[in-house]
Write a protein that binds this ligand. Structure first.
Ligand SMILES: CNc1ncnc2c1ncn2[C@@H]1O[C@H](COP(=O)(O)O)[C@@H](O)[C@H]1O
Length: 244
């Protein structure tokens, strides 16, 4: 947040980062195996430092932030119902290093897995909990409100399910509407406080393949939900599809 200066926590973490990083930078006369151990120690410490640092996350797609374990669980359920072939999907979920077109295709699968209110609520809850666990103190989640007549879902009910998820996080204080946010000192946003606090804001995405009228529905919905943490809209989706 703009008004917040460096905190004791931030300064201490920065110092400890320097102290920890030093050994990894020293020239070593040891054998390669020992060097490898040293590097992986340094990487581990760097990772720990990165996790401990209070952070802001300004570009998280809700359906792009689902836990692998949840995706696998949902895929297994759909596999058992015969909607998908679990073994095929499993490999796709666990694959790393995807190209953008592969990611876009993967979202079609994710959307098959997550289209019901309870699942949307569940993933919203888990995603916020996961970011808080990594010491994200301010989080902007973007997601595409979707109509799905067959499942009785409207853009509004989809968003209500998301907000319900944010409100049902148990171990962390989730603030979704706080006008004083920009002046909240960093010291109360994260760090060493026993119970974590995370400020969450929502952006409603308009997928490029949507019609103008569907896009306007999303804009109006964003306006209606201003008091529920919605702070704007986003243009998303496959960049080579549609006219947006
Ligand atoms: C360079 N990366 C990207 N570029 C463009 N759009 C992206 C994206 N990564 C994700 N999305 C958008 O986010 C949707 C999934 O989350 P939600 O269902 O909305 O929560 C995808 O369908 C896509 O429209």
């Amino acid at each position: 947040p703009p008004c917040s200066g460096p905190t004791k926590t931030g300064a201490r973490q920065n110092q400890s980062y320097k102290a920890r990083r030093a050994p990894g930078r020293r020239r070593s006369k040891t054998k390669p195996a020992a060097m490898e151990t040293q590097t992986s120690e340094a990487e581990k410490e760097m990772r720990e430092w990165c996790v401990a640092l209070p952070k802001v996350e300004l570009h998280a797609h809700l359906n792009g932030s689902i836990r692998n374990s949840t995706l696998l669980e949902l895929a297994k359920e759909l596999g058992d119902k015969g909607v998908i072939v679990f073994e095929d999907v499993k490999g796709v979920i666990m694959k790393n290093d995807r190209s953008l077109p592969e990611c876009v295709r993967l979202f079609d699968l994710f959307h098959t897995l997550t289209t019901d209110h309870d699942t949307v609520t569940r993933i919203a809850k888990e995603v916020v909990g996961d970011f808080a666990a990594e010491n994200v103190v301010y989080l902007e989640i973007r997601t595409t409100p979707k109509n799905n007549e067959a499942k009785g879902i409207t853009k509004r009910s989809y968003m209500n399910a998301v907000v319900k998820g944010l409100k049902s996080v148990e171990d962390v204080d989730v603030v979704i509407n706080d006008e004083k946010l920009s002046c909240t000192p960093m010291s109360v946003l994260g760090g060493d406080t026993k119970r974590k606090k995370i400020y969450v804001r929502l952006l409603l995405s308009i997928d490029r393949h949507e019609t103008t009228s569907a896009a306007l529905d999303t804009v109006n919905l964003a306006m209606e939900m201003k008091d529920q943490g919605v702070i704007g809209i986003d243009l998303s989706g496959n960049p080579v599809v549609g006219e947006w």
